[in-house]
Design a protein around this ligand. Sequence first.
Ligand code: CP
Length: 318
Amino acid sequence: NLAIDFKNGKNIPDLKGKILTAIFSNPSLRTRLSFESGMKKLNGDVNILNSSDSWEFEYEDAVIMNGSKQEHIKEVAKVISRYTDLIALRKSDLMTKSSFATVSDSWEQLKKDEGINQLAKYADRPVINMESNMFHPCQATSDMMTIQEKLGIFKNKKYVLTWAPHPKALPLATPHSQMLLPAIMGMDVTVACPEGFELDSDVIDLAKSRGGKVVYQHDQKKAFQDADVVVAKSWASLKYFGKWEEESEYRKKFMNWTVDSQKMSLTNNAFFMHCLPVRRNVVVTDEVLDSKNSIVIDEAENRMWAQMAIITKLLEQN
Ligand code: CP
């Protein structure tokens, strides 16, 4: 609601003198620019630190630092806390720049989200997750703002998060948050995916423990029936996590999961959403992405307003 107020030009606070430091271990367009623009609209300032321009951070406690990592997150967090009022981190360890995904740790290790949790533990300022291994909360918050703008209500609205094809195995943070938040906010959530692409069961359990209604549907067309919102996203198969050649071969079997007009015609005239970046005619057809029901650009814009609200609330509490 506060984000929608801001978008309507109401109640925007003056954060002159306040500084956000945003640390990026991974590429970004929307997250980086929406935080920068949002902080400027609040009259505050932003420091951007690309981790490739800095020392390599050690996140684990009680290790002998005689390898490649030069600086511990304990000092990093405390030093940045002296320069700044808020700290934000993007750290996703599933690297997808090469043709295959690469990651040295198991999913059980990655899902501990050591990076963001260690930063939060040692920082003396509020910490914002700009995408970790498990969650992308700013994306989901912006998505909910967008749905509120378009539908007005959440309760009893059918929300379909559909897996989609992609040439690479992508992280699970965004779909986790895109399942969790609408479920907590009272939408009827269907996760449509091929077998083997189920989300982490702990996140499903978390949604249910907060009263969320979440079901799986492995038949994409059945899932789309009567949907009010369709959110497309690709993600890696946890069943084949780490066995990337097998994962790639398995994923190729589901190239027919592209969202197209015929599938959208099964819905209740649903809005189409995607967090972007999106691969046209792989994840979704041009026809759907360019249709009047596609709200992906509003969704991207709302990253800025929603994050302005998050920043404002965190500074009020601190
Ligand atoms: N949706 C999203 O987080 O976009 P970026 O990766 O470009 O920041």
